[in-house]
Design a protein around this ligand. Structure first.
Ligand code: TYD
Length: 202
């Protein structure tokens, strides 16, 4: 596809979302057409599924099915057409988060997730995944003053398993990952992000 898909990943509290607007601005200045979106969500149906997933108790497999259902609609109606049209799509979270949170965090079978991934995305992977990585204890400290959703209120061990899930994804597919040390001050993190994008041809 002519466009490029850039995804943001990380545990809750990594601070990734604050880099969306500066990255969008940077891409626009370089003459790209840009679509900024998020998961779970990004389409009308997917946003409805998002509010269920973030607020309603359910088991890990149900959660996985819902986030992949949301992803399917988001992919089909928004991301895939934008990539076909030559856009750079920047998604705040994407498929790796399902492996981290539902796979690592909740213990859903990795192979089941891989089957869902293949069915939903047909083998397409992000071109670049920015993994905002930091120790779990620091992430917990950063989000102490905000109201917590179902994931944010999980124990430290859950987030440690989620972090290990990202690591496992990166080991399988190292060329597309840019692991950014997100424990540094915000400007340094942004600089590392932009350098990573530039090094990969953006
Ligand atoms: P998040 O993106 O952190 O939004 P906000 O910044 O508004 O809190 O919240 C989305 C949550 O959904 C996050 O805790 C991770 C979780 N999630 C999954 O469990 N599986 C997924 O596949 C995705 C994309 C997100």
């Amino acid at each position: 596809m002519p466009g490029k898909l850039i995804t943001f990943a990380g545990i809750d509290g990594a601070g990734k979302s604050s880099h969306l607007a500066p990255v969008e601005q940077w891409l626009l200045e370089r003459g790209h057409q840009v679509l900024v979106t998020r998961e779970p969500g990004g389409s009308e149906l997917a946003e409805q599924l998002r509010s269920m997933v973030l607020s309603t108790d359910m088991d890990g497999l149900t959660e996985a099915l819902l986030v992949f259902a949301a992803r399917r609609d988001h992919w089909r109606t928004k991301i895939s057409p934008a990539l076909t049209g030559g856009c750079v799509v920047v998604s705040d979270r994407f498929v790796d988060c399902s492996f981290a949170f539902q796979g690592g965090g909740r213990g859903v079978d990795w192979q089941v997730l891989e089957q869902l991934e293949a069915a939903v995305l047909g083998g397409v992977r992000p071109d670049i995944t920015l993994w905002f990585d930091l120790p779990v204890a620091e992430a917990v400290g950063r989000r102490a003053d905000r109201p917590a959703d179902r994931f944010e209120s999980e124990a430290v061990a859950f987030h440690a398993r989620a972090r290990a899930g990202y690591q496992r994804r990166m080991e399988r597919d190292p060329h597309r990952f840019v692991r950014v040390d997100a424990s540094r001050p915000r400007e340094q993190v942004l600089q590392a992000v932009l350098e990573g994008l530039e090094a990969r041809g953006l």
